[in-house]
Design a protein around this ligand. Structure first.
Ligand SMILES: [Zn+2]
Ligand SMILES: [Zn+2]
Ligand SMILES: [Zn+2]
Length: 149
């Protein structure tokens, strides 16, 4: 399934009773997510407003939350405290490398070794259900810009 298909089928699963807002949100996310750029919810709301879709803020927030839970949208917490969202290329488990200045996001296949997680579970007597790893810093463009100053 490609990104747009995953989005559509997930929104059908979510089962919003009113299909019109659902379609408007799907269209806006697909359009913004196509480039692989991350976006804040406010930008999505602005996009929907300019389309005169009549979709309310609460509906947008609720839908985005559900899409995150369904792992269709990834929530990206940047080093500067901003929380954005991204339609990633894969629905497989992965992590992100982010630029703290321009908010560029790179998908990473790296993960913690399973044996390490199991060792932590045993030592701390925890059942570990999930984890997040964030790598953040400056991308090449932003590093060069920082040098110019
Ligand atoms: Zn991702
Ligand atoms: Zn950057
Ligand atoms: Zn992982």
């Amino acid at each position: 399934m490609d990104k747009a298909e995953r989005l559509t089928s997930a929104l059908a699963e979510v089962g919003e009773r009113n299909t019109q807002p659902r379609q408007a949100i799907a269209k806006a996310i697909a359009a913004m997510g196509e480039t692989g750029e991350a976006f804040p919810v406010e930008r999505l709301i602005g996009e929907l407003k300019s389309e005169k879709s009549g979709v309310g803020r609460a509906t947008v927030f609720r839908t985005v939350d559900r899409l995150v839970r369904l792992k269709v949208l990834d929530r990206i917490d940047f080093a500067d405290g901003e929380r954005w969202y991204r339609l990633c290329d894969t629905d497989e488990h992965h992590h992100h490398l982010t630029c703290r200045v321009c908010h560029r996001v790179v998908e990473l296949e790296l993960c913690l070794p399973r044996t390490k997680i199991e060792a932590i579970e045993q030592r701390e007597r925890f059942t570990i259900e999930d984890h997040e790893i964030s790598l953040f810093g400056l991308c090449e463009k932003c590093s060069l810009k920082a040098l110019e100053k």
